[in-house]
Design a protein around this ligand. Structure first.
Ligand SMILES: *[C@@H]1O[C@H](CO)[C@@H](O)[C@H](O)[C@H]1NC(C)=O
Ligand SMILES: *[C@@H]1O[C@H](CO)[C@@H](O)[C@H](O)[C@H]1NC(C)=O
Ligand SMILES: *[C@@H]1O[C@H](CO)[C@@H](O)[C@H](O)[C@H]1NC(C)=O
Ligand SMILES: *[C@@H]1O[C@H](CO)[C@@H](O)[C@H](O)[C@H]1NC(C)=O
Ligand SMILES: *[C@@H]1O[C@H](CO)[C@@H](O)[C@H](O)[C@H]1NC(C)=O
Length: 486
């Protein structure tokens, strides 16, 4: 008998599924012993004990997870249930964020408040259905958290699961000031197997936030998704788990710990944005990672994302582009006008920058550091590389923000971008003094089809000068086979 098979059979003998309190009734095994190894067929088991044993014994088993026994239809919006955590005291000014993405009668889910929202009654049908969180006073002795409502917040998962669990594939948890791009969320979640155990979210932008909590944690304000089996397992174990972690900072870290104790770790999706940043986040939104844009959070603590608008107007303005083509939203493309030595960097539906010299994509994909740190102290402060914008003709971009979107004949969507402020610098002399000061508007033509998912390249583009008007056009297209953007 080989060593591996020997160990396998020993493990098999000793780790018995039929002892201890973990055995579920559904755990039925059929053992067939062969000459040197056991073949284990699991007919009716989804019990974690049996599954982990099946992996541990490493036999040539035929193992039919229930997911393959039925054909899986594509994931749709009504397979997702949203659990939103809010508070009655702040709902009056946070509701704008939820309203910007919530689709009445389309998105399923609930808003959980800390007390009855008497001052907000009658509750409009355009808001998510409201529930008051269960009383958590029985957990008081386990509440030594810096975040005072951590226990209530983490239990929203359990309460959402209890409230809605028929035909659900995913639970998406968010705060009342989270803005979600629902269509992209559906598309991203449909690439994962909802019958498996997934905890999908993203870190903070701030190294310190991650260090104080966990680098393996999905930051809740950014929104995160739990597959059905994981949410079910959490719902069963959460109240016990809470008691194991009475001193963690807040709900997100308690949750991550409970998920980790179930043997599941974080799957990162870079489109979720916690926004642990201050000031102007336009630099970040103009160099978004190559990943579907999924959420924004903390918009109350940063400047409005578009100039000359308040925060709510700015979010709704971004949603105008999202409604027409969420797949391209914030996706970055770079192209050149070589006769003028100009570089165009586009963040679809958000901004366009013109630089008066040729700059490769590798550099422009780093966000311009227009923002500041959430908490001072770490060097480097951010989870990504940034670049500085110097007040220098050859470094500072001309900045244009998204203005309008329309579909035109010929299968194109046209978005326009207008100059926010004059740059107030002379032309870049090192690259030939070609000033872009006269450009006041940029039109971007993008194909009507949705952008491809994981494994696709970014789109390439061409700059097209438009004679007689002080505008220029950019046409997005698939990159050619060996095309290099530099
Ligand atoms: C939702 O659907 C119900 C019944 O189908 C309808 O009465 C109601 O007006 C709808 N609400 C909204 C906000 O569209
Ligand atoms: C940038 O430099 C120009 C002159 O080169 C000056 O007029 C302008 O005030 C400077 N802007 C800032 C923000 O320092
Ligand atoms: C572009 O810039 C380079 C220097 O980087 C310069 O040699 C060249 O003449 C410029 N081209 C034009 C058309 O100005
Ligand atoms: C650009 O303009 C500056 C001053 O206006 C001049 O000194 C310089 O020689 C010019 N450079 C080119 C390449 O024309
Ligand atoms: C283009 O810009 C220049 C300089 O800013 C201005 O004089 C001219 O009137 C503009 N032309 C049009 C068609 O808007």
């Amino acid at each position: 008998m080989s060593t591996v098979n020997y160990i396998s059979s020993e493990v098999h003998k000793k780790v018995t599924c039929f002892s201890g309190n973990v055995i579920g009734k559904s755990c039925k095994w059929l053992f067939i012993s062969g000459l040197f190894l056991y073949l284990v067929y699991i007919f009716l088991s989804s019990h974690p004990c049996c599954q982990s044993l099946a992996v541990a014994v490493n036999l040539n088993q035929k193992w039919r997870p229930y997911s393959t026994s039925k054909t899986i239809s594509p994931t749709k919006i009504d397979h997702i249930v949203f659990g939103i955590v809010g508070s009655s005291n702040t709902w009056s000014y946070k509701r704008w964020y939820t309203q910007s993405w919530w689709k009445p009668n389309v998105t399923r889910g609930f808003l959980f408040l800390d007390r009855a929202p008497i001052e907000h009654l009658p509750w409009p049908p355009s808001y998510p259905s409201v529930r008051v969180s269960e009383d958590t006073s029985r957990f008081n002795e386990y509440n030594k958290h810096r975040m005072p409502f951590a226990i209530r917040m983490v239990r929203v998962i359990l309460e959402t699961f209890k409230a809605e669990n028929k035909g659900v594939r995913w639970y998406v948890m968010a705060d009342d000031d989270t803005v979600l791009i629902v269509e992209n969320l559906v598309e991203v979640l449909s690439t994962y197997d909802h019958n498996k155990y997934f905890y999908i979210g993203m870190n903070s932008e701030s190294i310190l936030s991650n260090a104080y909590n966990s680098f393996g944690m999905a930051f809740g304000g950014a929104g995160y998704a739990l597959s059905y089996p994981l949410a079910e397992a959490l719902a069963k174990n959460l109240d016990e788990c809470l008691k194991r972690y009475p001193t963690l900072y807040g709900s997100d870290h308690i949750l991550q710990s409970c998920v980790a104790d179930l043997g599941v770790s974080l799957t990162q999706e870079k489109g979720f944005h916690q926004i642990d940043l201050h000031r102007d986040i336009s630099g970040l939104l103009s160099s978004h990672p190559q990943s579907p844009f999924l959420s924004l959070h903390h918009l109350d603590v940063v400047e409005p994302i578009f100039p000359k608008m308040n925060r709510y107007q700015a979010v709704n303005h971004l949603m105008e582009a999202a409604k027409v083509d969420s797949s391209r939203l914030l996706q970055q493309s770079v192209c050149y006008h070589k006769q003028n030595n100009w570089t165009f960097s586009l963040s679809w539906g958000y901004s366009t920058h013109i630089y008066e010299k040729l700059i490769p994509f590798s550099f422009l994909q780093r966000p311009l550091e227009t923002f500041t740190q959430w908490r001072n102290g770490a060097r480097p402060p951010y989870m990504f590389n940034t670049r500085w914008s110097f007040n220098d003709s050859c470094e500072a971009p001309h900045i244009f923000f998204f203005d309008s979107v329309e579909k035109i004949k010929g299968n194109y969507v046209v978005t326009s971008y207008v100059r926010s402020l004059p740059r107030s610098l002379p032309a870049c002399s090192l690259s030939g003094n070609h000033s872009a000061d006269y450009i006041s508007k940029i039109y971007v033509f993008s194909p009507v089809r949705r952008l491809g998912g994981a494994g696709s390249r970014r789109e390439c583009c061409n700059v097209i000068r438009v004679p007689k008007v002080n505008a220029t056009a950019v046409k997005l297209r698939a990159c050619m086979k060996d095309e290099i953007v530099a």
